[in-house]
Design a protein around this ligand. Structure first.
Ligand code: ADP
Ligand code: MG
Length: 700
């Protein structure tokens, strides 16, 4: 069978620019392009024409339904399908889709988390078309990317604040570019390339584990004889079943216009990574949500399950997501790329400083943006960056900044003092800046790589905070520079001041080292919020509210709702885990251990019948040990259950989250210990579910 070439089917399920151009009347196309590129308002006539063309195209590609596709605060996407059918007088149907249906939808939204933003009696929210992200066909349904808001106008989703943060950054970055004499640039966009890690396990084994089915991670499991200690999986040969999965996945993603590019095995057994080519943050966010969904769907076709949880297995690395982020102009200039001329370099240094200042001033917001129960397992556990935010710049760039700060010669430029707007910076070699893998926020030549995201996080959250914080730095710079009498002197002074004030956030060493955590917190005063309950309350600090509301990224009510929803999500996640543990311990583990204990006792009795003098030491000791463990498991399960029940008295969500962190989580650990020990003593055929060894090495 001859396979179609990738360029032939790439984007075949996307209503992209090619399709628009081919299927829309010229003036409709022009008008829509203006909306996409410049945010111009769309009139209903144009919307009707676009809707009709979209419907014809979708129906020709087998679609029967359409849906507004949105990103509520659950972190996953939502859709409600409507068919195109409309009755005709002769008893048949025609396929219809109007501009009004394209522009706005009204899903009954009462059951989405809103953090108190929308009382249930006021159930309606509405979805509004986001024309900057192309519509696409999935499961015979035309999906229209939308923003999701309450009727009062408050955003109920992750996309609206993301679009607002991009707008905020655009506005402030344009002010800076104008100061540098650039009058051509119309728009500054941020772009992201998210590297996505995941695990693949056998579906039959997955089905046998309630912890995986209910919580996405294993809550029990003794350490297998082999884990990741041989380092033989990282970049290793891809096994045939996994290769078939990746091939199918790529094809499915390519049809949806997703630029899947790099794939390889990761550090842990059964762990893999997929990275797309970067694109505009908004589209990249949509694509990452779609990618996560499709990874799971395609896995099902191959008898596999794709685990996106941050820590599916204790004792081997968990999964994260690297958010490669840059700012660039519509004229194609990467603002984080050191330039060829002194002028460009001064501009580069200013944008670089804006990021340094932003990351230092809003460390807490960046930490909060990746806070989930799942990600708490990784940060600071020596497999992912610590919970302390810092920036890696590499020696060369740090040397340049140091020279500017102290007004001393820099070796790279023939030992002269660096004057902004006069000197050309040395070329930074990428390999000198990309070695450090332990930094939460690393400069990698022409972009920053934010590495604290969990594999299941929506990248919207991190990028909202990053864009907003950088917009704030740029605003402060623009305010000062616009009023300056001597631009170059003001620029030099401001860059120097930024370095002086914020150099504490720069760290080029090993982020996994305990000594760093000590230095960061005790000497540099950096924040170390270990867990979600530790960090999320800081969302509502005055400086954060002020910054986010002043750039119209969030309203006060929206922030209060995010605080509520994030903690609620944390609590619910862990309560489900705790309840699953109690249940599995009582209804699966104890009965299995009891059965084996009984059979061991029977063996001893039978042996004694046969050989009166048989001491049966092995059996007796084993029965004693297993009985002891059974008692411990029962007791610890009771205690955990009590701890969960006691949460009802917490009163508010913050107190509840703290009780979970301080009481429930430790009790889960205490229940797990005797269970895992029992697993190592119980004959394999009695154990009620697949073990770590089975799961991690079960796919060939
Ligand atoms: P690695 O981090 O594994 O060395 P790369 O740095 O080549 O790999 O790329 C990682 C991701 O960064 C990819 O998704 C890539 O498209 C993205 N990327 C590359 N350049 C940029 C950029 N200027 N802005 C945002 N993302 C980028
Ligand atoms: Mg990377």
């Amino acid at each position: 069978m001859k396979m179609a070439a990738v360029p032939e089917y790439f984007g075949s399920l996307v209503f992209d620019d090619r399709v628009m151009k081919a299927n829309l009347p010229a003036e409709v196309y022009q008008s829509l392009r203006k909306t996409i590129d410049e945010g111009a308002k769309l009139n209903i006539g144009v919307a009707n024409a676009v809707a009709a063309a979209m419907k014809d195209w979708a129906v020709a590609h087998g679609a029967t339904h359409f849906t507004h596709w949105f990103q509520p605060l659950t972190g996953v996407t939502a859709e409600k399908h409507d068919s195109f059918i409309s009755p005709s007088p002769d008893g048949g149907v025609i396929m219809e889709f109007s501009g009004k249906e394209l522009i706005q939808g009204e899903p009954d939204a009462s059951s989405f988390p809103s953090g108190g933003l929308r009382a249930t009696f006021e159930a309606r929210g509405y979805t509004a078309w986001d024309p900057t992200s192309y519509a696409f066909i999935k499961d015979k349904t035309l999906c229209i990317p939308t923003a999701f808001c309450a009727y009062s106008g408050e955003a109920l989703d992750k996309k609206t604040p993301l679009l607002r943060s991009m707008e905020a950054l655009n506005k402030q970055a344009l002010r800076i570019l104008r100061l540098f004499g650039n009058t051509e640039v119309k728009r500054v966009n941020t772009a992201v390339g998210p590297e996505q890690e995941y695990f693949l396990i056998d579906a039959k084994m997955y089905e046998q584990r309630r912890d995986l089915r209910f919580t996405g991670r294993t809550l029990f499991g003794a350490k297998p004889p082999k884990g990741q200690e041989m380092d033989d999986h990282y970049f290793g040969t891809i096994k045939p079943r996994v290769a078939a999965y990746m091939e199918d996945l790529n094809e499915t993603l390519w049809k949806l216009g997703i630029l899947a590019k790099t794939q390889h095995n990761e550090v842990a057994p059964a762990q893999h990574e997929l990275a797309p080519i970067y694109t505009t943050t908004n589209v990249s966010t949509d694509h990452n949500q779609l990618t996560m969904e499709i990874m799971q769907k395609v896995a099902a076709r191959h008898g596999l399950v794709c685990l996106l949880h941050e820590k599916p297995f204790v004792g081997v690395n968990g999964s994260g997501k690297h958010n490669n982020w840059s700012m660039s102009t519509d004229t194609g200039i990467n603002l984080l790329s050191p330039g060829e001329t002194p002028h460009e370099n001064a501009q580069f240094l200013l944008f670089l400083c804006a990021v340094i200042k932003a990351v230092d001033d809003y460390q807490d917001l960046l930490r909060i943006s990746v806070a989930t129960a799942g990600n708490d397992h990784r940060l600071g556990a020596n497999e992912a960056p610590p919970a302390v935010v810092s920036i890696f710049l590499g020696d060369e760039l740090s040397g340049v900044l140091n020279a500017i700060e102290k007004d001393i010669p820099y070796e790279g430029i023939e030992k002269t003092k660096i004057r902004l707007g006069v000197d050309v910076l040395p070329k930074f070699r990428r390999d000198t800046t990309d070695r450090n893998r332990t930094s939460p926020f690393a400069f990698t030549g022409n972009k920053f790589e934010f590495r604290m995201l969990g594999s299941a996080n929506s990248i919207a959250c991190a990028n909202i905070m990053l864009n907003a914080a950088v917009a704030e730095s740029l605003k402060i710079y623009a305010d000062r520079l616009e009023g300056a009498e001597d631009f170059e002197a003001a620029l030099q002074g401001m860059i120097r001041k930024t370095i002086q004030d914020h150099k504490r956030i720069i760290f080029n060493g090993n982020g996994y080292d305990d000594a760093w955590i000590h230095e960061a917190t005790a000497k540099r005063g950096l924040l170390n919020y270990r867990t979600t309950p530790d960090c999320v309350p800081h969302l509502l600090e005055k400086k954060n509210i002020q910054m986010l509301t002043s750039h119209n990224v969030y309203s006060m009510q929206e922030l209060a709702s995010r605080f509520e929803v994030t903690l609620e999500n944390y609590c619910k996640t862990i309560v489900i885990e705790a309840s699953t543990m109690v249940d599995m311990a009582r209804t699966e583990i104890i009965p299995a251990v009891e059965a084996f204990t009984l059979d061991t006792a029977k063996t001893a009795a039978a042996k004694k019948d046969l050989l009166l003098s048989c001491p049966c030491t092995y059996e007796t000791e084993l029965v004693k040990k297993l009985s002891g463990l059974t008692d411990q498991i029962a007791a610890k399960a009771d205690q955990l259950e009590q701890a969960v029940l006691a949460l009802a008295d917490a009163g508010d969500i913050k107190t509840e989250s703290e009780a979970i962190r301080d009481v429930v989580l430790p009790k889960m650990g205490q229940l797990r210990l005797p269970c895992d020990e029992a697993e190592t003593l119980t004959a394999k055929k009695y154990w009620p579910f697949p073990t770590y060894g089975d799961l991690l090495f079960g796919v060939r």
